[in-house]
Write a protein that binds this ligand. Structure first.
Ligand code: SDX
Length: 426
């Protein structure tokens, strides 16, 4: 309970209002402002810049120090020494699995990778050039139609099965989006392959012959999945929690998260970074784009730069940059022109007062697109990869929300519209 108090005096109100202050295991204390309602007051915090919307044990971010922990483990160590399914287990259960628990978890996920055969018919309603995020929002939401009758969100086992299904089926649906866009047949999952190998197999194999997944690319793909797995109460995760608070079917909640992630200010930034790098086209053009990014009258932003929480390097961007160098060297394309533009852009921006004063650093999206492009994934699929990876974060937060007493989320507002008035008599 509260071990500290905040005291508030408000002009026009007698005395002072005492508010409980809670401390977490890490991070800033929080002031419980719920007593304000009884005093006829709301807090006002557009964009939730300084609002803790919930209590959570999953992920901790220290934006000032550039720290990201999942279950207490730093992202750099997880990215370099763990793997995506182990991180999925950690986020769902709060502890790393024993070897036996890991083997069981991997087997269960591997045996949920197929989607209902009817799902393939959904694709036929889309044009081949439909944005794959539009298809993912539709298809993941449509999974509700196959499972919503067999899910008691108040039953922990039902919630666990739903998590397995979503972790397992997202790569299958994502690969189906890609195959549909290029007019190739869908490839069924191969349960003997690892999670990342299976995804790359479904993306790039064809029924016409054997396809050998490159271990280097599979490792890079798995690392990208790990780096995007969860990130506290970001816009899409908060969307999933809010949708979940109404008791909506988890597949519908994840579809809402996918929709929120799509925006270029959020998960859509990785696609926007590649578009921006291609628009810059040559290192000589970088100064012009830097000036546009600084111009308050120009809507252009340096995509892949800045973050609501990080006022230091995004630790994921550092791992991503290192992985970028490794993958492109392995593929013999270390002189990739886009990578050269990205590195020069980062160097110039980090020396420019505008970015330094505002503590704008590369975020997770700045280098990820260059790796994904090197793996052979088209730009339009970048945010789908982000959604695939973040599904574990979304469903872990959804599960955490339903694991304890909860209320429907219902923010209030500062109303500045017309006062009461009668409808004009005719
Ligand atoms: C993700 O929340 C998460 O955790 C998200 C995420 C996750 O894992 O879930 O980390 C994933 O979404 C990463 C962010 C990807 N988005 C982009 O790369 C898009 C470009 N970045 C910006 O749109 C922006 O930095 C945001 C949206 C990321 C953060 O915006 P904020 O916190 O609302 O910051 P702000 O807009 O108030 O910016 C503060 C100042 C402003 O200038 P002033 O008004 O003070 O003069 O910095 C400027 C902004 O104009 N600024 C930028 C900039 N980002 C902020 N100027 C140029 N280029 C940029 N990229």
């Amino acid at each position: 309970m509260a071990d500290k108090k905040a005291r508030l005096t408000v002009d026009g109100l007698e005395g002072e209002i005492e508010l409980p202050v809670y401390s977490g295991t890490e991070g800033p204390d929080v002031i419980d402002v719920r007593p304000l309602t009884g005093q006829g007051l709301f807090t006002y915090d557009p964009g939730f810049v300084s609002t803790a919307a919930c209590e959570s044990k999953l992920t901790y971010i220290d934006g000032g120090k550039g720290i990201l922990l999942h279950g207490g483990y730093p992202i750099e160590q997880l990215a370099n020494h763990s793997d995506y399914l182990e991180v999925c287990y950690l986020l769902l259960n709060g502890e790393l699995p024993t070897p036996e628990e890991k083997e069981e978890f991997v087997n269960i996920v591997s045996n949920h990778t197929m989607v209902h055969e009817q799902m393939s018919h959904f694709f036929n309603g889309f044009r081949r050039d439909a944005h794959p995020m539009a298809i993912m929002v539709a298809c993941v939401g449509a999974l509700s139609a196959f499972y919503h009758d067999s899910l008691d969100i108040n039953d922990a086992h039902h919630r666990e099965v739903c998590a397995y299904r979503l972790i397992a089926k997202m790569p299958t649906l994502a690969a189906m989006c890609y195959k549909y866009s290029i007019g190739q047949p869908f490839m069924y999952p191969r349960n003997e392959l690892s999670y990342a190998e299976n995804f790359l197999h479904m993306m790039f194999a064809t029924p016409c012959g054997e396809y050998k997944v490159s271990p280097t690319l599979a490792r890079a793909m798995d690392k990208i999945f790990v780096l995007h797995a969860d990130h506290e109460q970001n816009a899409s995760t908060s969307t999933v929690r809010l949708a979940g608070s109404s008791g909506a079917n988890p597949f519908a909640c994840i579809a809402a998260g996918i929709a929120a992630l799509w925006g270029p200010a959020h998960g859509g930034a990785n696609e926007a970074v590649l578009v921006m790098l291609e628009e810059i086209g040559d290192e000589a053009n970088i100064p012009e784009f830097i000036e546009r990014a600084k111009d308050p009258n120009d809507p252009f932003r340096l995509m892949g730069f800045g973050h609501r929480v990080y006022r230091n390097f995004d630790p994921r961007a550092k791992v991503m940059k290192q992985t970028c160098d490794e993958v492109l060297a392995e593929l013999g394309i270390e002189n990739d022109p886009l990578l050269k533009i990205a590195k020069r852009l980062e160097q110039i921006a980090l020396e420019d007062d505008y970015f330094v004063e505002r503590k704008l650093y590369p975020n997770v999206d700045f280098y990820s697109g260059i790796i994904l492009k090197a793996i052979g994934i088209p730009t339009s699929m970048f945010t789908v990869i982000f959604a695939l990876s973040r599904t574990i974060g979304w469903i872990s937060h959804w599960n955490e929300f339903h694991s304890s007493p909860n209320k429907i989320g219902r923010p209030r507002q500062l109303y500045t519209g017309p006062k009461f008035r009668d409808y004009p008599s005719k």
